[in-house]
Design a binder for this molecule. Sequence first.
Ligand SMILES: [Zn+2]
Length: 180
Amino acid sequence: MLKLDGDFLKVYKFCPKCGGTMKPKEQRGEVMPTCTNQICGFIFWQNSNPCVVTIIQDARGLVLMTKRGIEPDKGKLDLPGGFMKLGEHPLDAARRETREELGVEVEIIDLVGVEMDSYFYQEISEATLVLGFTARIVKGRPYPADPHEITSVVWVDPNNRQHDLAFTNNEKFLKRLRDT
Ligand SMILES: [Zn+2]
């Protein structure tokens, strides 16, 4: 299991339900932020956050990556993708994120794997569960469609390990390409 430093226990100070004070408390073997108001007793269960990335290769085998324009890991390379929205199907999320970031419509080919990772944002290290899909562009040419989030679009040789990658899931998915 991914080891988190438990900082969410310190960050979530107030109950989102009643506004009472939250304190770390063991719940069925796990320590979770729990409301100290006896009547409320709200437990803020923490789960890994589902994310999607798309792996798009050209005829030469180069992989389409984005250069991040925002923290965390501003300036580093990242696969197109992001967090799934509440209730959103992963395939819809993969198509939406790629469209929003690169201005292209993609067709999802296959699920290539699932990787565990983490995402540090606003003082909280979130555990992420990343679904990686191979995809192909069916409409448009990739460009930084969201110039705030992405500064450029880069075609990367997956065999070159010198790239400055934003997240460990990037390296794991590129390794899958090298190994197949
Ligand atoms: Zn409460």
